[in-house]
Design a protein around this ligand. Structure first.
Ligand SMILES: Nc1ncnc2c1ncn2[C@@H]1O[C@H](COP(=O)(O)OP(=O)(O)OP(=O)(O)O)[C@@H](O)[C@H]1O
Length: 250
């Protein structure tokens, strides 16, 4: 039977010097699931994403992506796994000197060097339609609004058809309406392509739209886990405080 798990994290620990960022963390994410990761600043959310994509090596523990452990893989093998993973990090900027078309063609050409120009163009147009920005194809990044740039960034991350998407604060800096649009786009990707996503966010609107389940990192552990409703309605004093003061809300 096919494995229903896209990510299996077993007893993952990561520290920087004296600072223990992740301590014996275990987590599973099912295929097609959208998992939101909450936590106060500096609690290891980005470090967790970077471990999942192999940008950081854990000190101990195992990370299995779609049935394959990524620990101790050589770069060649790791890159094969990464082909199935897309990521949209906060700092991910478009290439300013390239048009939208060229920005989207770039990862395609790198990952699939045998594609013809027509195949590349068709895929670029199709992916821009997914984010409703087909009219921006020949624009330069400087001509785009912040929300449009995010959508183009999202299009660039998904153009290679990743099975797993990692998002680090995809709606930060956007107004509530654009933030909602981006969140709905992420949800559509799940529905349309059965994509699995792990989303780090401080945005409750985004989490409510996207999440099947959420975890909460605190003191290097997964301190809480549940649906958004379970977490937001919890009587736990820490969670109550977090949800009433620290999240972006409508
Ligand atoms: N490469 C690194 N070298 C040293 N320390 C690091 C490194 N990367 C992260 N850290 C530290 O690990 C801790 C967790 O960082 P991380 O970026 O995962 O936090 P976060 O939960 O994503 O926070 P935020 O919500 O502010 O983005 C922080 O104290 C950070 O300074």
């Amino acid at each position: 039977m096919a494995d229903a798990r896209m990510i299996e994290i077993e007893n993952l620990s990561k520290r920087f010097g004296q600072l223990i960022v992740l301590d014996d963390v275990s987590l599973e994410v099912s295929k097609g699931e959208n998992l939101v990761v909450f936590g106060r600043s500096g609690q290891g959310k980005s470090v967790l994403l970077k471990c999942i994509i192999g940008l950081l090596n854990p000190d101990s523990g195992n990370i299995i992506i779609d049935g394959k452990s990524i620990i101790n893989l050589d770069l060649n093998e790791l890159n094969k796994v990464r082909k199935n993973i897309g990521f949209l990090f906060q700092s991910a900027a478009l290439y300013d000197s390239m048009t939208v078309r060229e920005n989207l063609a770039f990862p395609l050409k790198r990952n699939f060097p045998n594609l013809t120009e027509k195949e590349i163009n068709d895929k670029v147009e199709y992916t821009l339609e997914l984010v409703s920005l087909e009219h921006a194809i020949d624009k330069m990044p400087s001509e785009l609004s912040g929300g449009m740039k995010k959508r183009i960034g999202l299009a660039r991350s998904i153009i290679t058809d990743p099975r797993l998407m990692l998002y680090d604060e995809p709606t930060t800096g956007l107004d509530p309406i654009t933030s909602k649009e981006i969140s709905e786009l992420i949800l559509n990707l799940q529905n349309k392509f059965n994509m699995t996503s792990v989303i780090v966010t401080h945005d409750l609107i985004c989490a409510e739209i996207i999440a099947d389940r959420a975890i909460f990192l605190k003191d290097a552990k997964i301190a809480y886990e549940g649906t958004i409703e379970e977490l937001t309605k919890s009587n736990d004093p820490f969670l109550k405080n977090f949800f009433s003061h620290e999240l972006i809300k409508a």
